[in-house]
Design a protein around this ligand. Structure first.
Ligand code: IPE
Ligand code: IPE
Ligand code: MG
Length: 233
């Protein structure tokens, strides 16, 4: 496994796409795809930690996903709540820390409370940081940053890229080195707009519920061969 891969990304971000198609292929309701997707995430956290990844961020629900049916939205929120409640102890045992990125004010209160509780219980863990992006939108993150900057009364002349970076949701988390998207779609769909400007992108046709250690290894392997010039030569 990736232990041998040199040049490991510190922060891997995943756009977990394709749950609905996975279910449809099997004649199942979309929610069963999401449920299987949650299981896949659980295993992926273990695989990423074993590979030496320090930060794993995953896109679970976008600011645009509110357009979906209420059955799907309610179901997804329930799956997330149950998943976190069940898994937080195991994550803590692995010294993992759970964090959230996104708006909190539109979530069901019990889910928001579950997020806060999970953050609190794992706050001091020094192992892998798992960042669940829920009601996350890159544009919204920038809008929220601008609002806070105005509230703080910052003068225009003091607004710099570094200042804005400090106002993003998780300013202490390093920028994603690698963004993986599953299911064959090749777009960002509003993920990590500010911090992802120089992320390496990796696309796979694998649907998220079928994602496994092998696909993760392939992505890490591809990453290790990329040259990150970041505007230099
Ligand atoms: C990703 O799977 C999960 C969410 C966006 C919540 P989708 O639900 O987008 O699955 P497809 O793209 O319809 O297959
Ligand atoms: C992106 O997937 C968001 C998540 C995986 C949470 P979508 O399925 O919502 O994205 P589009 O609509 O294909 O761009
Ligand atoms: Mg999708």
């Amino acid at each position: 496994m990736p232990d041998e891969v040199g040049n490991l990304p510190q922060h891997v971000a995943i756009i977990m796409d394709g749950n609905g198609r996975w279910a449809r292929k099997r004649g199942l309701p979309r929610l069963l795809g999401h449920r299987k997707g949650a299981k896949t995430l659980e295993q992926t956290v273990r695989d990423a930690a074993a590979a030496g990844i320090k930060y794993l961020s995953v896109y679970a629900f976008s600011t645009e996903n509110w357009k979906r049916s209420s059955v799907e939205k309610t179901g997804l929120m329930r799956i997330m709540e149950r998943y976190i409640k069940r898994k937080v102890a195991a994550l803590k045992e692995q010294h993992g820390r759970l964090r959230f990125a996104g708006r909190r004010d539109r979530l069901p209160p019990s889910l928001a409370a579950t997020f806060e509780e999970a953050e609190r219980t794992t706050r001091d863990e020094m192992g892998i940081q798992v960042i669940l992006c829920v009601d996350y939108g890159g544009r919204q993150e920038i809008v929220d940053a601008v609002k806070k900057i105005l509230e703080d009364g910052i003068e225009a002349e003091n607004v710099t890229e570094d200042l804005l970076s400090g106002y993003m949701y998780l300013p202490d988390v390093p920028e994603p080195d690698l963004i993986i998207r599953t299911s064959g779609e090749e777009r960002l769909s509003n993920f990590w707009l500010w911090t992802g400007v120089y992320s390496e992108l990796y696309f796979t046709d694998t649907l998220w519920p079928d994602f496994d250690k092998g696909v993760l290894s392939a992505a890490l392997e591809a990453y290790s061969k990329r040259q990150r010039r970041k505007g230099g030569v």
